[in-house]
Design a protein around this ligand. Structure first.
Ligand code: ADP
Ligand code: MG
Length: 244
């Protein structure tokens, strides 16, 4: 593997007595796409949220692009700018147009000027196929379009890695494909991606590796052919059998 873009080492996370992450070790190389699968409550979202320190780990280390985010002296805001995150809920501002949703964080967080922010917004709306919706309000868009706007908003910040937490789980089935197509494009462009998903076709076709989590540990980590096609552990087989 090239220099790991994301490295998680002996990561633990507890909420009170609930020991959710129980020693996670994971490396994701530059340009690698890793899908994280596993049953509800296994700690997938918590892991993703620890990678950009939305949750502070109880123990262990997180590195992104060679910078240790868990170092108490790190400039966490600067470090987090390298990481784009897309959630199941799109979290767009309803009172702002699509373009304004993309320019606001660029201006506030990156201190970009108005013209430059607008240019970057337009370019990224084009990338997700929504240039014609620049002046629309989120409520007038389908869920799939809103999620593509949320992806464009994250991309407009120029992230080095993208984290996706079940980006298509809230969508009507007919809208899932367009969002996955955008994610596939990003993967093809060489973006480093960590994707929590139940979309096994996407995982098989796009992921370089699939990680199966259960009970706060990584049970299996390998190519999609290996983990989905020939799982070694009973827990993985059981999980996959319920999806199909
Ligand atoms: P998954 O995404 O795999 O469904 P989560 O990471 O969301 O799992 O949750 C794993 C466990 O952590 C669950 O028991 C959940 O209740 C708990 N948990 C997650 N976030 C919090 C939080 N902010 N406060 C307390 N408990 C939490
Ligand atoms: Mg989750």
């Amino acid at each position: 593997m090239s220099r790991p873009e994301i490295r998680v080492s002996r990561l633990h996370k507890s909420f009170g007595d609930n020991h959710v992450l129980r020693g996670i070790d994971l490396e994701i190389g530059q340009g690698e796409v890793v899908c994280v699968i596993g049953p509800s409550g296994s700690g997938k979202s918590t892991l993703l949220r620890c990678v950009n320190l939305l949750e502070g780990p109880t123990e262990g280390q997180v590195f992104v692009g060679g910078i240790e985010l868990t170092d108490p002296d790190v400039d966490i805001d600067a470090a987090r700018r390298r990481i784009g995150m897309v959630f199941q809920q799109f979290n767009l501002f309803p009172h702002l147009t699509v373009t304004e949703n993309l320019t606001l964080p660029q201006r506030r967080v990156l201190r970009r000027g108005k013209a430059e922010a607008a240019k970057v917004a337009a370019r990224n709306l084009e990338r997700v196929g929504l240039a014609e919706k620049a002046d629309a309000y989120p409520a007038s868009l389908s869920g799939g379009q809103q999620q593509r706007v949320a992806i464009a908003r994250a991309l407009a910040m120029g992230p080095e890695v993208m984290l996706f937490d079940e980006p298509t789980s809230a969508l009507d089935p007919e809208l899932v494909g367009d969002v996955l197509a955008v994610m596939r494009m990003l993967a093809d462009e060489g973006m480093t991606m960590m994707v929590v998903t139940h979309e096994m076709t996407f995982a098989r076709e796009v992921a370089d590796r699939v990680v199966f989590m259960d009970g706060g540990v990584i049970v299996e980590d390998g190519t999609p052919e290996r983990v989905i096609g020939a799982p070694r552990h009973e827990r993985t087989r059981h999980f996959l059998s319920r999806l199909l």
